[in-house]
Design a protein around this ligand. Structure first.
Ligand code: SAM
Length: 210
């Protein structure tokens, strides 16, 4: 997977990637709804070279963590941010076999756009949920945007598992309360369209994972 994603990021301009957003409005809309203090930790998992990070910096968040399996992606992001990169922690790691991400704690916002849907094996999804449950604080928020049931069966040449809001709720379990959700039709740089489901949850208790 690491090789796949490194190849993708080294062979294409960021703006030509099938998931590129000039302005990640829908993610920002949900992040704004959390109304959290800007000193809280915000973790963008599978961040790639996303413009979300530029926007979080602009909004004044000062504990931003950008994580991805691909160092090529994070290097591109760093280069684009220039001096502003110093206010971001970059972590190269695999969400499904973490070696560094599991050292994090007190994450107030976990953001995932177009990452969970690549985890087609149950053991991978279990590992993702175990990490999320370990690092997101009680009262913290989880934003997951994934291909919806009407969406494409593949992305970046890889099979995906598509979701609706109930499937994401079932996946997270009863410790996560649904606060908001909507469908969104994303326009790819190629002009094709990709239907997504966007979800925002809040973590309410910690009886399962200590
Ligand atoms: C479709 S891209 C989305 C990038 C970004 N979230 C955005 O919205 O622009 C999926 C990203 O997830 C990363 N990724 C895929 N599998 C991963 C894993 N197991 N651990 C960490 N990152 C992963 C890829 O390197 C890629 O940057």
């Amino acid at each position: 997977m690491k090789n796949h994603w490194n190849k993708v990021y080294s062979s294409k301009e960021t703006t030509q990637l099938g998931w590129y957003e000039e302005s990640p409005e829908k993610s920002l809309e949900l992040i704004d709804k959390c109304h959290v203090n800007k000193d809280n930790k915000v973790l963008d998992v599978g961040t790639g070279a996303s413009t979300l990070i530029d926007n979080l910096i602009k909004r004044g968040y000062n504990k931003i963590i950008a994580a991805d399996i691909s160092e090529e992606a994070l290097n591109k992001l760093k280069a684009r941010l220039g001096e502003k990169a110093s206010s971001v922690t970059f972590i190269v790691d695999n969400l499904t076999a973490p070696e560094h991400l599991n050292d994090l704690k007190d994450i107030m916002i976990w953001h995932d756009r177009a990452v969970l849907h690549f985890l087609t094996g149950k053991s991978e999804r279990d590992a993702y949920l175990s990490l999320l449950s370990q690092v997101v604080r009680i009262g913290g928020y989880v934003i997951i945007a994934a291909f919806s049931l009407e969406g494409a069966p593949k992305c970046s040449g890889l099979d995906v598992k598509r979701y609706d809001v109930n499937m994401i709720q079932d996946f997270l379990g009863s410790n996560f309360i649904l606060k908001e959700h909507f469908n969104y039709l994303y326009n790819m740089p190629s002009g094709d369209k990709r239907p997504y489901v966007y979800t925002l949850f809040q973590r309410i208790q910690n009886d399962k994972w200590k």
